[in-house]
Design a protein. Sequence first.
Length: 326
Amino acid sequence: MDTANGDELGTTERVLTLLGLLQQRQVWTGPELADRLGVTPRTVRRDVERLRILGYPVHASQGVGGGYQLGPGQDLPPLLLDDEEAIAVAVSLLAGAGGAVANAGDAAVRALTKLDRVLPTRLRPEVRALSGSVESFGGGRTPVDPDVLMTLARACRDEVEAGFDYPSGSEVRRRRVEPYRLVASDRRWYLLAYDLDRDDWRSFRVDRMTEVSARTWHFRPRPAPDAAAYVQESVASRVYPHQARFLVHASADAVRAQIPASAAVVRRRGDDRCEVVSGAGSLDFVLLHVLLLGHDFEALDPPELGERCRVLAERLRSAGTRGPGS
């Protein structure tokens, strides 16, 4: 038997938690939801019915692969938005995701994937038409097609394979991946995915992708690296022919304020020291960037970095001691 579930506030909080779970994943079984909510399957069925009464189209299916699924509704469920407001929200989120709104991209895609679940089909053409009229100027993140972001976000959410054409050297090759997370840097969008042909994790720039599509083939998620950390390290060092590691005598917070996240990985090493990992086309280039931070530092890796420090130090000393015309 079900135990008493407390007052009406407790029931409301549980139903809202159930709605959040249904928005996170395509299909949940009754026992899975019961375990996450700490109730019995019978209570889950009652809460699903409460959501249906509120207007949320929760579908239930039996058999292997069956369960509860939140589908698109005939009418917009109670977000307290009418059609015009829903269109305005969707267009604003698309603009933010595409880079027109500073610092809004990551949250915009998360919100879009939730809104995409329940946005009535009849509103989609108007959203697409209006989003095409939104542009931006100046700096900021490299613009990407919002439809591409949504395709990849859905594939991550629904755990289905994705494919796209991607440049590799002088060629453009088709890549098949299990998409895991979209990651926004200060300049670009990246996809962290498991590359099925290379049998390893890879990060991809979304603005370089073409012919992006999601398949219906579901995959079982693999143990994954931290998405933001993996992409940051790839962008800051692994893509360059030379990588360097320094111990900087300053706090991690102070150094992070000086270096863009896309330029280096900064790791805390106590209150007044940090490790900086960066890459560049030459060791001299990355060495000079760390020098210009204005803090004492030690060159850790690679071994030849110490020799470059001595060569540049001698060059600077010589330049400073030469007189006019010498």
